[in-house]
Design a binder for this molecule. Structure first.
Ligand code: HEM
Length: 489
């Protein structure tokens, strides 16, 4: 017996039922309608299961991770040339080799190395906002892209017109539009890939043609430059150089050398385009929350005033002393999840769960948004309410599920960039709150910016609007920003 789900049509199954806009809401509605946290959707070429509860996600993706760690690579991604991205590789030794090298650079024990760059970019952000708060959204993206470009390739960028920023942004867009299950018909009718893109209605191939060059640039351009600089004997200090040097030391003269250099190239390119997009969305979500909930903003600022005080900007070492701020970071990831329907897994062998059959090859979509908005775990889920994570004495209540255990995925595929991202978001939140009052601000037409907790997008989602009314909390705060800006020049 398959799990319950919408009634399929002959031949086309549930293709027409698959939502392409805010799919996480329809997924949740199905769970309610069919009274099940496991829903089966009959897609002729790709049987799909949606998981609507943490219990089901952990029961399958974590507890049975040896068979639930595959991926279904959407045809669109393959056609665009994304197969170098190990996030889409299925559960093979090739994936493992990539994941291992990525882990080496981003596990919890090493991400501290990146704090100086994360801190310095967060402080630059403060000085950009002081000059042009109307460009808040651009500044957030610039800050996060600068962090990863500097670390990955040793490139310092000065503005969003930098071509490397543009490449990463368009490549991210390519992923976003292509990965919503059911968004493109070539997924169901693979022969469409042979139909030229100029044939009216062939949106799949038109989209492939638009994005393919950017995907190749993401992978090749910056890395090839580092490699060329290395051959000339003057490589920049960066992660790409470190990996190439390590590979040279370990494998030079062996047949494995080229293969390891390819893995290095692939994983650095993945970090380059994933890191900025995801964490940009979290920072934006935080700004929206603060503008919509001024009382919470003031509470977090009171903690900063107490622990950091008015004479300096926050440092990483201050963070463990600020549980309220920690709760704000946690609530940000819950309230507006950046990856609302997770990254689908694939089961590599037939299984049964709660008496239901799960066929081999089924795509498994964990509906993270719905789990993070479950009123039983998080009462009044639409409300931004950091206090839900705190004990009466102000310490973190470990009995309330940390949203990071859902928002970053599950099992062997759990996001390997989560520690890096958490550091970047935490120091951003502390830095901004310490010196700015955040209000919605006004759009170009002079109307107040309209804010809501709704997210838009696909794989990586963002708030629709971001506040741009950031003003220094005091003259002393403005001076702190200017002083630090002058020092970091
Ligand atoms: C707000 C920030 C972020 C969120 C919410 C997020 C979320 C996720 C999720 C849900 C997955 C899929 C996990 C699964 O399959 O169960 C994932 C995978 C991944 N993430 Fe993140 N991520 C974030 C930031 C980052 C950053 C900063 C990096 C890089 C430094 C990164 C690199 C990756 C990679 C490489 C994968 C694929 C892992 C694999 O398939 O083995 N992520 N992320």
């Amino acid at each position: 017996l398959l799990p319950p789900g919408p009634k399929p049509w002959p031949l086309i199954g549930n293709i027409l039922d698959m939502p392409t806009v805010r799919p996480w809401e329809t997924y949740r509605a199905w769970c309610k309608q069919y009274e099940s946290d496991v829903i089966y959707v009959n897609i002729p070429t790709q049987p799909t299961i949606i998981l609507g509860s943490v219990k089901a996600a952990i029961g399958l993706l974590e507890k049975r991770s040896e068979i639930y760690s595959g991926r279904s690579v959407p045809m669109m991604l393959e056609l665009m040339g994304w197969d170098f991205n190990f996030g889409f590789m299925t559960y093979t030794p090739r994936w493992r080799a990539h994941r291992r090298m990525f882990h080496q650079l981003f596990h919890s024990g090493v991400v501290e190395r990146y704090r100086p760059v994360q801190l310095s970019e967060a402080r630059k952000f403060l000085s950009w906002i002081l000059i042009s708060p109307e460009h808040t959204r651009k500044h957030v993206r610039l800050m996060l892209t600068s962090i990863i470009l500097e670390l990955a390739f040793g490139r310092k960028i000065t503005g969003l017109d930098d071509e490397y920023v543009h490449i990463a942004e368009v490549a991210g867009e390519a992923l976003n539009v292509s990965i919503i299950p059911g968004a493109f018909w070539v997924e169901y009718f693979p022969w469409l890939k042979y139909v030229p893109s100029w044939v009216p209605g062939n949106l799949s191939m038109k989209t492939v043609e638009r994005y393919k060059p950017y995907v190749a640039l993401t992978r090749n351009k910056a890395f090839d430059q580092v490699q060329a600089a290395m051959e000339e004997g003057n490589p920049p200090a960066c992660l790409a150089t470190e990996l190439l040097e390590e590979n040279r030391a370990k494998y030079a003269g062996t047949p494995a050398h080229a293969a390891f250099d390819e893995v290095a190239k692939n994983i650095i390119s993945v970090a380059y385009h994933v890191a900025a997009d995801t964490t940009t969305s979290s920072c934006e979500a935080f700004l929206v929350a603060m503008a919509m909930y001024p009382d919470i903003q003031r509470k977090a600022q009171a903690e900063l005033d107490r622990i950091v005080g008015p004479d300096r900007l926050p440092e990483f070492d201050d963070l463990p002393h600020m549980p309220y701020l920690r709760a704000v970071v946690m609530e940000t990831g819950r309230w507006m999840p950046v990856v609302p329907f997770g990254l689908p897994h694939r089961v590599i062998q037939e299984d049964t769960y709660n008496g239901y059959r799960i066929p081999e090859g089924t795509m498994i979509i964990p509906n993270a948004w719905s789990m993070l908005h479950d009123p039983e775990t998080y009462p009044e889920p639409e409300r931004f309410h950091p206090d839900r994570f705190l004990n009466a004495d102000g310490t973190i209540n470990t009995n309330v599920r940390d949203p990071a255990t859902i928002a970053f995925g599950f099992g062997r595929r759990i996001c390997p960039g989560r520690h890096f991202s958490d550091n970047a978001l935490s120091i951003f939140i502390a830095s901004v709150l310490h010196v700015f009052e955040i209000t919605p601000g006004f759009d170009k037409a002079g109307r107040p910016v309209k804010l809501s907790s709704e997210i838009v997008g696909g794989l990586v989602s963002t708030p629709e609007n971001v506040p741009c009314g950031l003003k220094p909390r005091s003259e002393q705060a403005a001076q702190l920003i200017r002083k630090d800006g002058a020092e970091s020049k």
